[in-house]
Design a protein around this ligand. Structure first.
Ligand code: NAD
Length: 495
């Protein structure tokens, strides 16, 4: 599709703006709403229901009723699979609209939404749907006369609170395994990006998901998010977002019903480029897309580049050559290289880091906030060199298109700098030496260490972090462990 087609699609979108609770679209009980703004133009897209504690109460009650009814929780796994696969098909049929929705909602490049993000969300849903009837239970090896059946059972009501950077993906990463396992869900999307989650709830009903099994309550973090985190009848809270808010969810659980809390939080992922890397051009391609994809608003963005001093200049030159492909433009234009920042407030935060970087290091490229066609919040792709490992731009998660380049001279030094972080989400190593690849990967503290590639994601591979990047894993067969409990039925029989 070309620019005109995408603009036409975006103009004709019908944006759901009410919560979906118990299978019905409802206004917030308070009657309050909030404006959802397109960050590329500043225009208000819709006034969206601002759910708060009362709406969360209603959604949790509806989720609990649906769970207890057994309409979903006790349905044969093969039947749950069919419904979720049907949902994936309905989403595929609306791929273009869903992609345009995410683009106008949070400034993402539409070619990325249509080419990567939305198809990935659908594939992940399909993968977990297929898993629904492939989870086997166990029997314990006990003496004769005893049979202990160890089953994986759904937890009940799962609360999911997700961020704005990959709105539909983050919702699917939580909802798909939770639903496949038989839970009911209350999902709170980020206030910056509610539309695809609301559409998901509607499509799920169309696919045959019973009413009340997937409830979506848009609203703010401190109100709706906190109410879900503190709710006494929520069994598990799955969160993706900042480390600061992840910490709050642990507190909410401790001060309420000790619900299980699973956190996918921030990162400051290192990429280490060794001089024995056989293809520096390919490495430069990976590093650039690793930091500039989605305007750097990616938890596992490769925001720290550790490059060996002997190839530092060559490698920075290779990165500079790639910058023309990452210039800000209209997110709906398939030729644009970089989309808008999610909102003006976030763009200002990123610019504060860039100002700090100007004091701490050498600005090599970018560094300016810009508009496109006189509108919106955009930031140039930015590279800092001579970055000291203990400086702010080397330590803090900036969540913008800002790369901090740190030079090193020894392998041990690179590992020490890479691990010297409160985060441990992802890391990459570029080398052609197999022994070095194994040796360094084994010593890096990160949930995923990628060799000769940056940030690969597949539904078949677990994703999540060490340290303050969180706990538990999304994706893969391990995700379902978060949404089930082991339940034993111990039977004594006569021999
Ligand atoms: P955020 O933590 O501000 O918000 C995330 C969600 O939490 C939103 O729905 C928000 O409304 C809610 N929230 C905010 N304050 C809250 C509060 N006081 N109580 C309860 N809920 C609250 O994060 P963000 O700015 O939307 O997203 C960016 C962050 O997400 C980054 O730190 C990024 O690294 C992280 N992230 C992590 C992963 C991962 O898988 N590890 C993936 C994507 C994003």
């Amino acid at each position: 599709m070309n620019l005109t087609d995408w603009h036409r699609t975006a103009r004709s979108l019908s944006l759901g703006n009410r919560a979906v609770i118990g299978g019905r679209q409802v206004e917030a009980r308070s009657g309050q709403g909030f404006a959802s703004v397109n960050p590329a133009t500043g225009e208000t897209l819709a006034e969206v229901a601002a759910g708060d504690a009362e709406d969360i109460d209603a959604a949790v009650a509806s989720a609990r009723n649906s769970f207890e009814s057994g309409a979903w929780s006790r349905r044969a796994p093969v039947e749950r699979k069919k419904v979720l696969l049907r949902l994936a098909e309905l989403m595929r049929a609306e791929l273009t609209e869903l992609a345009a929705m995410e683009s106008v909602d949070m400034g993402k490049l539409v070619r990325h939404a249509a080419g990567n993000d939305i198809p990935a969300a659908i594939n992940i849903l399909q993968w977990h749907a297929e898993e629904a009837d492939k989870v086997y239970d166990e029997m314990a090896p006990l003496p004769e006369g005893n049979a202990a059946l160890i089953r994986r059972v759904p937890l009940g009501v799962v609360g999911a609170v997700v961020p704005w950077n990959f709105p539909l993906n983050m919702a699917i990463w939580k909802c798909a395994p939770a639903l496949a396992a038989g839970n009911s869900v209350v999902l709170k999307p980020a206030e910056q990006s509610p539309f695809t989650a609301l559409r998901l709830a509607q499509l799920a009903l169309d696919a045959g998901l019973p009413e009340g099994v997937l409830n979506v309550v848009p609203g703010f973090g401190e109100t709706a998010g906190q109410a879900l985190g503190r709710h006494m009848d929520v069994d598990c809270l799955a969160f993706t977002g900042s480390t600061a808010v992840g910490r709050l969810f642990l507190k909410y659980a401790g001060e309420s019903n000790m619900k299980q809390v699973w956190l996918e939080c921030g990162g400051k992922s290192p990429v280490i480029v060794f001089p024995d890397c056989g293809d520096l051009e390919a490495a430069a391609d990976q590093v650039s897309s690793g930091i500039f994809y989605n305007q750097g608003q990616v938890c596992s963005a490769s925001s720290r580049l550790l490059v060996h001093q002997s190839i530092e200049k060559t490698f920075i030159d290779l990165l500079l050559k790639r910058l023309p492909a990452y210039q800000p433009g209209d997110p709906l234009d398939p030729k644009s290289g970089l989309g808008a920042m999610v909102e003006a407030k976030h763009a200002s935060n990123v610019m504060r880091f860039i100002d700090e970087g100007r004091r701490e290091a050498t600005l090599v490229a970018g560094g300016k906030a810009v508009t496109v066609g006189g509108k919106g919040s955009f930031i140039e792709p930015t590279i800092f060199a001579d970055v000291k490992p203990d400086s702010t731009i080397a330590r803090d998660e900036i969540f913008g298109p800002v790369l901090s380049v740190i030079r090193f001279s020894e392998e041990d030094e690179a590992i020490r700098i890479a691990n010297d972080s409160i985060y441990g989400l992802a890391a990459s190593v570029f080398t052609d030496d197999l022994s070095r690849a194994h040796r360094v990967s084994a010593r890096l503290t990160a949930g995923v260490v990628a060799v000769n590639v940056v940030d690969p994601v597949s539904p078949a591979v677990p994703f999540g972090g060490f340290k303050q990047s969180g706990s538990g894993r999304d994706l893969s067969r391990h995700a379902i462990e978060k949404y089930t409990a082991l339940k034993t039925t111990w039977i004594r029989y006569r021999c």
